[in-house]
Design a binder for this molecule. Structure first.
Ligand code: UDP
Ligand code: MG
Length: 314
């Protein structure tokens, strides 16, 4: 098998058929063998039925459908797709046609034409989002890059084509909290970045809210950096130094100027100040412990209800 397309689908009933048609326009003519690996991430709509229909209506196509028992998230869907793909080159692509199959095929051609490359990654130079969101994301990447050793490229998406060597490396990372952007940087390999312009969503709407994005961003930092843990003790020691200095100044003023200190105000300020620092520190430590706890349970990254497979090359 030359090429595998991995398509995570969560409530994409209006998109899977359109995606398939669009992909067929390019791939059917291409002189390569290819397969589709659709991962139905516990959709609550008709995605499962639509995928089944696609499978039944195209008996000559290599199609794998993995139906999750519930929604496990895109990262888990990617993992399942990788485990079930057989291509020498693999592409991660969204189902909503924001990332075009034509572009995927061009990226495949780039990968094949340059034997020194292991991965071709599409990145958005101009994001289709508000200025605020763009700025927040750039700031996030700045902070992230200052904390970790591997480089995270701003705007790099999950839209990638890579060799099976890269796939094996990614699958060898068994972590439960997966952050693909980080994992791709961490495994290394020779990556070429190509620019792309995201199109409009074909049907349905995005699954990302500001809240879920923030959660994802924080778990990304936690998966790749222990800097926040160190930061907690750093902030804590600054605060302690501050309180010691403040204590000494007050003592000196008391004895030299004979001032009377409004004790209540000072107490309130000090207690809230240190209370805040203690709680923040505990919170950061607690978050890491939570991650360790979840990892130590060794839960699978996903559970598939069933897997439907047709692969003529095997
Ligand atoms: N997706 C998924 N599981 C989820 C959320 C999203 O498999 O829990 C899939 C979704 O079906 C789509 C891709 O991930 O194919 C990207 O999602 P979306 O279009 O909502 O993200 P955006 O393009 O807005 O970043
Ligand atoms: Mg999308």
């Amino acid at each position: 098998m030359d090429f595998s397309l991995i398509i995570p689908c969560y409530n994409e009933e209006g998109n899977v058929a359109a995606f398939f048609d669009e992909a067929e326009k390019v791939l059917d003519l291409a002189p390569i063998s290819y397969e589709y690996v659709f991962v139905n991430d516990g959709s609550g709509d008709q995605t499962e039925a639509k995928l089944r229909e696609l499978f039944d209506n195209h008996p000559d196509k290599n199609i794998t459908i993995i139906n999750f028992s519930r929604n496990f998230g895109k990262e888990s869907a990617i993992f399942a797709g990788l485990q079930n793909s057989t291509g020498d080159a693999i592409c991660l692509i969204d189902a909503d046609l924001q990332q075009l199959p034509q572009t995927a095929y061009q990226m495949y051609r780039t990968l094949i034409a340059n034997p020194e490359l292991d991965c071709v990654c599409a990145y958005q130079k101009n994001r289709r989002e508000s200025k605020f969101m763009s700025k927040t994301k750039s700031l996030y990447y700045k902070i992230m890059n200052s904390m970790v050793d591997t480089e995270f490229k701003n705007g790099a998406s999950d839209f990638r084509v890579f060799t099976s060597k890269v796939k094996d490396a990614i699958l060898s990372l068994g972590e439960y909290h997966r952050f693909s952007k980080g994992i791709f940087s961490w495994v290394g390999f020779n990556t070429e970045f190509v620019e792309y312009e995201a199109s409009d969503r074909n049907s349905g709407e995005t699954k990302w809210s500001f809240r879920s994005l923030t959660k994802y961003a924080i778990s990304g930092i936690m998966a790749f950096s222990t800097a926040p843990l160190k930061m907690a003790s750093y902030v804590g020691s600054i605060a302690t130094a501050f309180s010691i200095i403040y204590f000494i100044i007050t003592l000196i003023r008391k004895f030299t100027n004979n001032i009377s200190v409004d004790g209540f105000t000072q107490l309130v300020i000090l207690i809230t100040f240190f209370g805040g620092i203690t709680l923040t520190t505990l919170g950061i430590i607690g978050s890491y412990i939570a991650k360790i706890y979840e990892q130590s349970k060794h839960r699978p990254i996903y559970i598939a209800k069933d897997i439907i497979k047709r692969n003529k090359e095997q």
